[in-house]
Structures are given as structure tokens and as C-alpha cells.
Design a protein around this ligand. Sequence first.
Ligand code: ATP
Length: 334
Amino acid sequence: MPKKINKIAVLTSGGDAPGMNAAIRAVVRRALGLGMKVVGIEKGYQGLLNEEMYDMDARSVADSIHRGGTILRTARSAEFKEEAGKKKGAEILKKRGIEGLVVIGGDGSYKGALGLSKHDIGVVCLPGTIDLDIACTDYTIGFDTAINTAMEAIDKVRDTSSSHERCSIIEVMGRNAGYIALWCGVATGAEDILIPEKYDYNEQEIINHIIESRKIGKTHHLIINAEGIGHSTSMARRIEAATGMEARATILGYMQRGGSPTCKDRFYASIMGAYAADLLNEGKINRVIGHLGGDFKDFDIDEALAMQKDLPDYYYQVSRALSRSAINANRVAK
Ligand code: ATP
């Protein structure tokens, strides 16, 4: 029989993501309903080491589900990455009678949770990152809001780019993963999408694409560039020099992290938060919750961290086919 857990804590770690509040709210209210006590740890693992925490009741999470960011705040902690930091964190939790911890963050945060599990703290992790770059899940909390925020911004830039017959390079978030760029690029009809997983740094190909597009009458050219490739401003200068088309860079930056979460992010985060409380209540520990194949599931934390995720090549091929079909049709016609 797994040991009954009576007191849990919850924290958010790494980059903030819209929907984290819905997850915290669900963890707290579900756990309280199951008879557990809940402690909120502020500012991620650094807050744990600084003992910045408080007892939460149902009202602690009131009026938060529609807000972006995280009411528990978040941080990155170098101290916690060290073995001594993880040991200290586990000791603080034990001293306060906390047997289980819900961690809402990206895979860096999962590694921290794994470290705590080695010191007999039962952990459950939720995928809280706008980047969608966690292998055991096809959904991460905040991705849906971030892509919709970015898409709306790109649509606006596209309008003015089209009026002025410009080339626009719009840089979206994604240091190592191109999901935001790919989804937004397809959704806004971008001519080129540059993502870390695929881009071969062949700028001449982009320049040729612009020249050929102009020949068939296209008046603007939209390039979505992922943060991991970056250098959008210098790229704009080079493209303008090579094509004669006015080129401007727009870096969307942190606006993609903020804002009220979409319905999907609120709903999925709520289910995942409640699921985490249920697992701890059943004594099922050291799990990572994901959404795969249409269902919410839980995985062993070691297995989840070992899983690999590849951006589907088909999605990328489709994005290229859609943005080049007019040029290809023109070639065939000739
Ligand atoms: P995002 O996807 O938004 O970047 P993340 O959770 O991956 O989120 P990180 O900065 O990688 O963000 O990790 C958050 C925190 O988790 C770190 O500041 C650190 O405290 C902890 N952490 C990361 N990696 C480890 C590790 N290998 N061991 C212990 N703790 C870690």
C-alpha cells in the first residue's frame, strides 16, 4: 500500500506560462477537497531554499484563473542545481511535514524535481512551458495562449507589411524549439519559417524566394524567425541589400508570455492540476503528467526525461509546400 500523503506543496519554476494559475488553483482546491494540506512555495526552487512559502486555502487561488503569469511567481535557481541545494530543499520540506510536491515548469524544472525525489520527496510534475518542448506530452500549459498572442501580433504586422510592400521578419520565442514559429508561421501564411530544428542558414535560398515571389506579383514577404536563430535585424539589412525590397524586423519578445490564458490553457491546466493532486492522494509519486493520444496520462519521471521529441517533418514540409505553391505553379505553367 502506498503511504498516505497528508501535506503537499506546489511551486512554479522556469519561465512563466499563461495557464499556470489555473493549474495551481486546481492543485490547491482538489487537494483540499481530498483532505490534504497545501503549501504554496513562491519563486520556484529559490523560494524553497529561502523558505518563502505559506499555507494555502481555497481563497488563496481566488480570482486567478483568468490571469497570466503565476501568482506563486517563478525564478531560476543556480543554487538548486547543485546537489547540496537539492538536499537542503528536501530537508526544508521534511522539516515542515511536506511529503509531496507539485512542480509546474519545463524539463529543467523536472530535473530539479527528480533530484528531490532522490531525497524521499514525492514529486509530480506538470508541463508548464510555452515552448511545447516536453517529450511525453503533445500539450504544454501556455503554448496555446502564446501562439494565439503571437499570431494576432503577426497578423497586425502583416497588414502594414502588405500596405508598404515590405519584407517583414518577425522573431518569435523558441530558443531550442521551433513549435511556436512553425504553428504561427503556418497560421499566418508566412513565406518562410526559420526554426532551429530545420534551418540550414542558407540565406540565399530566402533571397531567391523573395525575388521569385516578386516576379509573380507578391507584394509582401513574411518571414517567421525563431529566437534560437535570432539576428533578425541584421538579416533584414542583408535581405534589403540583396533584394531591393524594404525589410523590417520585429521582435515580439516577452509579450508572448503574458496575457490572459485561452480557454484551452485554462481547461487543460485545470485537469492536469487536479490529476496531480489525485496522484499524490493515491500515493503515486515521481510522475510527470502529459496529454498524449487524446488523453491525460502519467509517466515515471525518469522515463519522461529520457524520452525524445522531434518536430514532425511533415508539418515543416507542408509549411514549405503551402508557401511555395504559387511559384511552383508558375514554373509548371511555363
Ligand atoms: P522553460 O522551458 O520555461 O525554460 P524550465 O523548467 O526548463 O522552463 P530551467 O531554467 O531549465 O527552466 O529550469 C528551472 C529551474 O529548475 C532552474 O533554475 C533550476 O533551479 C532547476 N533545474 C534545472 N536543471 C536542473 C538540474 N539539472 N538539476 C536540478 N535542478 C535543475
